[in-house]
Design a protein around this ligand. Sequence first.
Ligand SMILES: O=P(O)(O)OP(=O)(O)OP(=O)(O)OC[C@H]1O[C@@H](n2cnc3c(O)ncnc32)[C@H](O)[C@@H]1O
Ligand SMILES: [Mg+2]
Length: 199
Amino acid sequence: MARRFAEKKLVIASHNPGKVREIGDLLRPFSVEVVSAGDLGISEPEETGMTFRANAELKARHSAEASGLPALADDSGLAVTALNGDPGIYSARWAGPSKDFGHAMQKVEEALAGKTDRSARFVCALALAWPDGHVEIFEGTVAGDLVWPPRGDKGFGYDPMFRPAGEALTYGEIDPDEKHATSHRAAAFRQLVEACFKD
Ligand SMILES: O=P(O)(O)OP(=O)(O)OP(=O)(O)OC[C@H]1O[C@@H](n2cnc3c(O)ncnc32)[C@H](O)[C@@H]1O
Ligand SMILES: [Mg+2]
């Protein structure tokens, strides 16, 4: 049995404003006060894990220990089939220190040169850690393919080149509400809610 979340306040253990916004949107139906790790001046831990789950866990633990509050972390990325799952857990790092996702998307497109398989998945691991060391982890994915050139400015990161399966529009073009209904983050979040937030 997963541990139920019974506290009033939760730290969103991310320094990515796009993620903090999406997780805040997803948490809105629940009566929990949210504050981000950045707002609390909590540092970004080094992401030394070799899996999305391991990195989500270490980020959640880091913020829970630093704040004394439960903390929810997200480790996510784009896994491209023809690139053996790259950039994967290195998705943020492909954008370099200036977090230039135009550049990161260009790198993906260059790596795909000459390949016909343009399928990809977004993966999201969510880890909820309590200050006593207990952790719950959930993972979600969404399948799609990659378009070029990138389209739309509604999302963040790799959204402008990712088109979920069965959609004409990219995650850069669709309404955030629609992304929240179908995304990897939403899929992981549904499991988190089922396990930890439902009565
Ligand atoms: O670690 P935190 O502080 O949460 O922020 P981050 O941006 O470094 O996040 P990650 O380490 O999980 O790296 C994942 C990268 O994958 C990309 N990514 C994840 N989810 C995405 C989404 O829904 N849409 C577009 N890109 C996404 C995004 O660019 C992230 O920077
Ligand atoms: Mg990161």
